[in-house]
Design a binder for this molecule. Structure first.
Ligand SMILES: Cc1cc2nc3c(=O)[nH]c(=O)nc-3n(C[C@H](O)[C@H](O)[C@H](O)COP(=O)(O)OP(=O)(O)OC[C@H]3O[C@@H](n4cnc5c(N)ncnc54)[C@H](O)[C@@H]3O)c2cc1C
Length: 460
C-alpha cells in the first residue's frame, strides 16, 4: 500500500530518500525552507558563475552512494575525475595521483611527502592497513592520532593525516574516530574516483529531485515546516505557514535536535532528548568563492599543508583564535566543468576549518588570513578578482537550521561513530531521520546519501 510521506528538507539526504521512496510507489511531498535545494550542497548563481556554498569534492564520485542513488533512479548525474586529482602545496609540493593502489605510486607519494627513509616500513604498513580497511569497528572508539602513532611517528605523515582528517570530517586527527577514517580512506582509494559532478555540487540534489518529479513526487520551496504533529506516540503530519500536510511517515533532514524541537520535547523519552543534546558537532568551515577574470590556478584542486608541527596546526580551532598558517582546501570547479563560469573566466573556492559556532568576527579574521595565504600562493589572483563571496559558521546555521553551523554534521568521533550514531528510527512511530546525522558512515554528502539508501531499504 502506498504511504503518504512528507520529507522535511532538501539536503542530500532529504532529496535522495524522497526520490527513492517515490520510485518505490509512495506518495511523497518534500518541503524545503529555502527557495533552492541542496542545503550545504547547494550551488548558487551570480553574474554567470555557478558557485557552491561548500568547498566540495566527492571522494567516491560515481562509485559511491551518490552513484548508487543515481543508478536506482535511472538518473542523469555525470562525473568528472582528473588524474592527478590534486596539487599538494606547502612544505612539500607534488601532484597527488588519483589511484594510489600500485606500490610504486605509494613509494612516490611517500618520497614526495618527505617521509624519512627510516619511517618507510611503518608508512607502508599504515597505507596497507588503511587501504585494506578491514578493521573499522575495532577502531571506532580509537582516536585517529593514536591509531597513526601505532605505525609511525614521522612528522610529515602526522601532518598529512591531520589535514586530511580536517578535509574528511572537519575534525582534527586528535578528535576523529580512527574506524571512521579507515572506512572513508579505504573506499576513497579503492574506488579511485575522487571527482566533481558536471553542473556543480548542487547538481547532485537537483538530479535526485528530477527523479522525485519523474516518479510523481512533489517538492515545495520557501515552505518551512514549523511543527510536527504527533498523537499518542504516532506521527500525524507536519504544519507550515500555508497549512497542514497530513502524513503517516515523516522523514526529517533537519538534524536530530531541530526535529525534536519541531515536534515538541514532550513526545520523546527524556534520555533520548538528553542524548540528542549531548551530541558533539564537527567544526565549521569558513569559505571564500573567487570569481576570476581569467584562469589563475592551473590545478583541479589544491591541498595546502601549513608549515606548522602536526600537534599545533589546528590548535587555533580549540583556542578559538586565528591560525598562524592556515591549512587550505581549494577546489577549482571550472577546471572540472568550464560551463560553471562565463567563457574564459575561472571559479575558485577555498576553505579552512573554524570552531563550531564561531562568531562572525572570528570567521572574518580567519578569512583575512586565508585570503592572504591564497594571494601568497597565487600572486596573480588578487588582480583577477571580479567578485568574492565569503561565508562562515552563521551562514551554515542559517542554511541548514542546525544550531552549531557545523560543516559536516554530527562529529565522527569515538562515541558517535558507526553503530553509536543516531539510528534513522526515532521513538515516535512513523518519524524518521535522514542526512549526515543519521545512521551512516562516510564523508559529508556521501554519509547523507548513505543514510538515505539505508532508510529507503528499511522502509521498502
Ligand atoms: C564548507 C563545507 C565544505 C564541505 N566539504 C565537503 C566535501 O568536500 N565533500 C562532502 O562530501 N561533503 C562536504 N561537506 C559536507 C556536506 O555538505 C554535508 O555533510 C551534507 O551536504 C549534509 O547533507 P544533509 O542531508 O545532512 O542536509 P543539510 O545540508 O543539512 O540540509 C538540510 C536541509 O533541510 C532544510 N530545512 C531545515 N529545517 C527545515 C524546516 N523546518 N523546514 C523545511 N526545510 C528545512 C534546510 O533548508 C536544508 O536545505 C562540506 C560542507 C561545508 C559547509
Amino acid at each position: 500500500m502506498s504511504r503518504k510521506v512528507v520529507v522535511i528538507g532538501s539536503g542530500i539526504g532529504g532529496c535522495a530518500v524522497a526520490s527513492l521512496l517515490a520510485k518505490g510507489g509512495d506518495d511523497v511531498t518534500l518541503l524545503e525552507a529555502h527557495p533552492f535545494p541542496g542545503g550545504r550542497c547547494a550551488t548558487m548563481e551570480k553574474q554567470g558563475f555557478h558557485y557552491d556554498f561548500g568547498v566540495h569534492m566527492f571522494s567516491r564520485g560515481n562509485r559511491g552512494p551518490h552513484g548508487e542513488v543515481n543508478r536506482r533512479l535511472n538518473g542523469d548525474l555525470r562525473w568528472i575525475t582528473r588524474d592527478p586529482s590534486c596539487r599538494v602545496l606547502g612544505r612539500v609540493e607534488f601532484d597527488f595521483p588519483l589511484d594510489i593502489k600500485p606500490l610504486q605510486r605509494q613509494v612516490k607519494v611517500a618520497r614526495s611527502l618527505g617521509v624519512g627513509v627510516k619511517s618507510y616500513a611503518g608508512a607502508f604498513r599504515l597505507i596497507r592497513s588503511l587501504i585494506k580497511g578491514d578493521n573499522v569497528e575495532a577502531n571506532d572508539e580509537i582516536r585517529l592520532q593514536d591509531y597513526i602513532s601505532r605505525f609511525t611517528d614521522d612528522e610529515m605523515i602526522h601532518l598529512f593525516i591531520n589535514c586530511l582528517s580536517q578535509l574528511y570530517f572537519a575534525l582534527s586527527y586528535k578528535e576523529a574516530s580512527a574506524g571512521e577514517f579507515i572506512w572513508c580512506f579505504s573506499r576513497m582509494f579503492k574506488d579511485a574516483c575522487f571527482g566533481y559532478p558536471v553542473g556543480g555540487s548542487g547538481e547532485i540534489p537537483r538530479s535526485f529531485l528530477r527523479g522525485l518529479e519523474r516518479f510523481g513526487g512533489k517538492a515545495h520551496f520557501n515552505e518551512p515546516v514549523v511543527g510536527v504533529d504527533i498523537e499518542n506516540g504516532t506521527i500525524r503530519g507536519v504544519n507550515t505557514a500555508s497549512g497542514d500536510y497530513p502524513a503517516d511517515t515523516v522523514i526529517s533532514n533537519c538534524g536530530i535536535l531541530r526535529t525534536i524541537d519541531l515536534a515538541g520535547r514532550e513526545h520523546f523519552p527524556e534520555d533520548y532528548v538528553r542524548k540528542a543534546e549531548q551530541y558533539q558537532y564537527s567544526n565549521s568551515y569558513v569559505t571564500i568563492k573567487y570569481a576570476l577574470e581569467r584562469p589563475v590556478v592551473p590545478y583541479p584542486a589544491v591541498f595546502y599543508m601549513p608549515d606548522v608541527p602536526p600537534d599545533r596546526v589546528f590548535r587555533y580551532v580549540e583556542e578559538k583564535t586565528v591560525p598562524e598558517d592556515p591549512y587550505l582546501f581549494m577546489p577549482v570547479p571550472t577546471n572540472h566543468d568550464t560551463a560553471l563560469a562565463p567563457d574564459g573566466k575561472q571559479l575558485v573556492i577555498v576553505g579552512t576549518a573554524a570552531p563550531p559556532q564561531a562568531s562572525d568576527e572570528l570567521c572574518s579574521a580567519i578569512l583575512d588570513r586565508v585570503h592572504s595565504k591564497v594571494c601568497e600562493l597565487f600572486p596573480h589572483l588578487e588582480a583577477a578578482i571580479i567578485w568574492q563571496s565569503r561565508s562562515g559558521s552563521t551562514d551554515a546555521a542559517e542554511l541548514t537550521g542546525h544550531y552549531a553551523g557545523e560543516a559536516i554534521g554530527l562529529a565522527q568521533i569515538p562515541g558517535q561513530a558507526g553503530s553509536l550514531r543516531p539510528e534513522p528510527g526515532t521513538p515516535v512511530t512513523g518519524l524518521w531521520l535522514v542526512g549526515a546525522d543519521a545512521g551512516s558512515r562516510g564523508i559529508g554528502t556521501e554519509m547523507a546519501a548513505g543514510s538515505a539508501l539505508r532508510l529507503a531499504d528499511i522502509l521498502k
